[in-house]
Design a protein around this ligand. Structure first.
Ligand code: PLP
Length: 440
């Protein structure tokens, strides 16, 4: 290819030109086929050419693309919101949905809704955000400041918005040898209470967390009981809980929302990747009824808006994606293929001298590479172990999501897998075989 005019992430390397999708495969201009084992970054959960989604998008293009939300609503946007609210984790009661164009925008919108809620409730002193490290909440300024991703924050430090961070549960490195899982979960959750008390309870607006960590540490589910204790603390101190389900939501972990499995609900929930499955750029934030009620009784106005929110083609595409997941019982396949993937990873790598940890849930798994398994010493970042594994798998025609350097003081070499919900048994075997070659 001649020199690109696009600002690619790496300005000094060429990328293959992708020209088509075929089921769970991508095809480049040379005809090379790539089995997509990561969906980009956990996006393409229905492969790349699902006929029902394509038909729904085409049908909407023929009817209507855009009408401004200041004057109109539209049917696909309404139907999708009703679908999401009906499937929200039971608890605080889902109320309404706002559509955005990306996960970062959804996080910004959630933070602004939280602030609006506090202001309209007559608690203007509540402005502090507490988030976790490691975590990733997006690339816009507010979302970047909220995230605890050392590598992504560093070039922009000091960040424009001040956010307070507590440690996220990372059992591989933070759980004491003699500590049981339940004690570890409570100890980590209680860090939130300590931070609220340090800042002054009446000044804290919201706590932000990914129910299953994604882009900063590879996948990392929280230990059982962690989020129950988080919910108790938030309720005790009147702090809103914002669950970032941008990666973990929409079936990726085997249930519509990952938080469902913790038996609690958040006050504000963001979602993005599996919402449109890459067929359309779309994200959303869902607010609990208590947030909607305060705003309705207050100004009655939403203090946030973007030109393209509730876009009819984007919502029609996303509605079709969600209907396919449900109508084709794909969450059953997520669980079955997830078990196969987990078993395969454990069989292949449980004794591997450089695989320190294997963790995940549903079809959302990660291996963490270390220089020394006994001491858990990481590789030198300059060795670029995770990117090299990703590159070796790509040469063999399998796409994975490698990441590095996300934690202050500890290099992370993680390889994340997030195959399509439509994956076959044979495709999961191909992913495993290729990863074994790439790692070795
Ligand atoms: N939140 C989480 C948990 C994410 O994983 C990401 C992206 O990876 C974002 C937010 C930001 O989403 P986007 O890249 O669509 O802005």
């Amino acid at each position: 290819m001649s020199q690109s005019s696009i600002f690619h992430r790496d300005l000094n390397s060429d990328l293959p030109v992708v020209v088509a999708g075929d089921g769970n495969f991508l095809i480049d201009a040379t005809g090379k086929r790539y089995l997509d084992a990561c969906g980009g970054a956990a996006v393409s959960c229905l492969g790349h050419d699902h006929p029902k989604v394509r038909e729904a998008i085409k049908a909407q293009v023929d009817k209507l693309a855009f009408a401004h939300t200041g004057s109109f609503t539209n049917q696909p946007a309404e139907d999708l919101a009703a679908h999401l609210v009906a499937r929200a984790p039971k608890g605080t009661g889902a109320g309404r949905v706002m559509y955005l164009g990306s996960g970062s925008e959804a996080m910004e919108a959630a933070l602004k809704l939280a602030r609006q809620y506090c202001l309209e409730k007559g608690e203007p002193e509540r402005r502090h955000i507490i988030a976790r490290k490691p975590s990733y909440h997006g690339n816009t300024l507010g979302a970047l400041a909220t995230g605890g991703h050392a590598g992504r924050r560093a070039p922009f430090a000091p960040l424009l918005i001040e956010v307070n961070h507590i440690d996220a549960p990372y059992p591989y490195r933070l759980q004491h040898d003699s500590e049981g899982d339940a004690d570890f979960a409570v100890r980590m959750a209680n860090l939130l209470e300590e931070e609220i008390q340090r800042l002054g309870a009446e000044t804290v607006m919201a706590f932000v967390a990914e129910p299953v960590v994604g882009a900063s540490l590879g996948t990392q589910p929280a230990p059982a009981g962690y989020f129950k204790r988080i919910r108790e603390i938030c309720d005790q101190y009147g702090v809103l809980f914002i669950a970032d389900e941008v990666m973990s939501g929409m079936g990726r972990t085997g249930t519509s929302f990952a938080l469902e499995q913790e038996g609690i609900a958040a006050d504000l929930t963001t979602m993005a990747k599996g919402l449109g499955a890459g067929y359309q750029p779309i994200a959303a934030v869902m607010a609990a009824q208590k947030v909607v009620d305060v705003i309705k009784a207050g100004s009655g106005k939403l203090w946030n808006g973007h030109t393209y929110m509730s876009h009819a083609i984007a919502t029609a595409g996303a509605l079709a994606v969600q209907q396919v997941i449900e109508n084709e019982s794909l969450l059953d396949n997520v669980i079955a293929r997830g078990k196969q993937l987990e078993a395969g990873l454990r069989k292949a790598f449980a004794q591997h001298p450089h695989v320190g940890d294997i963790r995940g849930r549903g079809l959302f798994w990660t291996i963490e590479m270390v220089a020394d398994r006994a001491t858990k010493a990481p590789f030198d970042p300059a060795d670029e172990i995770a990117p090299k594994i990703g590159a070796a798998a790509k040469v063999r025609g399998v796409m994975t999501y490698p990441s590095q350097g996300c934690i202050d003081g500890i290099n992370g070499d993680h390889v994340l897998l997030a195959p399509s919900y439509t994956s076959s048994e044979a495709e999961i075997e191909q992913i495993l075989e290729t990863l074994v070659h790439a790692v070795s």
